[in-house]
Design a protein around this ligand. Structure first.
Ligand SMILES: *Cc1c(COP(=O)(O)O)cnc(C)c1O
Length: 385
């Protein structure tokens, strides 16, 4: 029997215009980093999120690396970071010889808990060693509580960098995530809301910040006729060809976010009433991208462990995964400090990311729903019908 077509977690979804812009890049022979598509992509992206400057880079990870370097992170420093996130929110801290200190999630938003952040800053202040910066993540496209986080960090005089890799197209009140802190960054990895196959973007309102990041990203080459270097740089610039893909993807961003949000609503309506199942909240101040639709499974009431659901979905050729494993639980960070931690641990234990590709058909969403519903005891499904 032919196997059902695989349903991926969040595969790339081209809009159609990308190939036109890529053709432009080919016809002008700008098969290089730097070129007209790159400049246009940066300008259009800055406009989209309402930032003064955008710098296109090879990855989101590279963007965070350069941002942390710019704000002065040096060996021996500490940098606060959300614990419940992808590893790339923290590894750039290590690149600079500094150490991450992790902050737990709040139950409501799953993002950095402002109360715990405030307590942690108090502790560090009393010890006379405030962190050089705080990396705040907007998890799965749900915005962190930026008003409070900014107020707290301003009070302690600590710089905020926003990891908005999963939140392009989200809104916090009227602002785009990534534009409240000193700088923010986005990712165009293949699984993100829009993709360039791989890529990242740093945004900031500070022109010196943007200029320095651009300079470091292109080997820190001084403006001289020969190759002159006063500082260490990197080869981190996005290529003109990939920027062309990004421009095409920007055209469909709004549509992609709309569909991501619809997928979340459909799952919530068809699964949210099952015993033991609940969904990631839709924040009060946040217009979430719902990059991935996430649900929590209370194994006692549902009757099965979350892993059992993932395994059964896999048997049906459907990709589903646990939430990010909290960074304070990672062997790599076994010696790093954590403030709180129980909330992130609990979310990891119960959470599942459901397939959320924007090209999914209703039929495919139903396939996911039916597999999960089939695990319910008959009398439970009956009450649901
Ligand atoms: C994807 C992602 C990153 C890293 O982006 P890359 O472009 O893959 O380097 C960082 N943080 C979070 C939360 C992400 O999801």
């Amino acid at each position: 029997m032919a196997k059902n077509k695989r349903i991926f977690l969040s595969p790339p979804h081209m809009g159609g215009k990308e190939i036109e812009y890529v053709r432009d890049a080919f016809e002008s022979n700008y098969i290089a980093p730097v070129g007209p598509q790159l400049e246009l992509f940066e300008r259009e992206f800055a406009e989209t999120v309402g930032a003064s400057h955008a710098v296109a880079l090879s990855t989101g990870t590279a963007a965070l690396h350069l941002a942390l370097r710019y704000v002065g992170v040096v060996p021996g420093d500490e940098v606060f970071c959300s614990s419940l996130t992808f590893i790339a929110s923290a590894t750039p801290i290590l690149f600079l010889g500094a150490q991450p200190v992790f902050i737990d999630s709040s139950k409501d938003s799953w993002n950095m808990d402002p109360d715990i952040l405030e307590q942690a800053l108090d502790v560090k202040k009393n010890d006379g060693c405030l962190p050089r910066a705080v990396v705040v993540v907007h998890l799965y496209g749900e915005c962190a509580e930026m008003d409070r986080i900014m107020e707290i960090c301003d009070r302690f005089g600590v710089t905020v960098i926003e990891d908005a890799a999963e939140a392009l197209g989200a809104r916090y009140k009227e602002r785009a995530p990534g534009t409240s802190g000193r700088a923010g960054f986005f990712s165009f990895n293949g699984n993100k809301i829009i993709t360039t196959s791989g890529g990242g973007m740093l945004v900031t309102d500070d022109s010196d910040f943007a200029a320095k990041v651009r300079f470091w990203a292109t080997q820190a080459k001084e403006n001289k006729p020969y190759y002159e270097h006063l500082e260490m740089g990197y080869n981190y610039r996005m290529s003109n060809v990939l920027a062309a893909i990004g421009r095409g993807q920007l055209r469909v961003l709004e549509e992609r976010v709309k569909v991501k949000r619809c997928i979340y609503e459909l799952y919530k309506q068809s699964l949210g009433n099952l015993p033991g199942i609940s969904f990631m909240a839709d924040g009060t101040n946040s217009f979430s991208t719902h990059w991935l639709s996430c649900m929590l499974v209370d194994a006692k009431s549902f009757g099965h462990e979350p892993q059992k659901i993932c395994n059964l979905l896999e048997e049906h050729n459907i990709e589903a995964r646990p939430l990010w494993k909290p960074l304070h639980m990672q062997p790599l960070f076994k010696d790093n400090e954590i403030f709180g931690g129980a909330v992130a641990e609990q979310l990891f234990e119960c959470g599942i990311c459901l397939p959320s590709g924007t090209a999914m058909t209703d039929h495919e969403i139903n396939r996911v729903v039916e597999v999960i519903r089939s695990l319910c005891k008959p009398e439970q499904s009956r009450t649901m019908a």
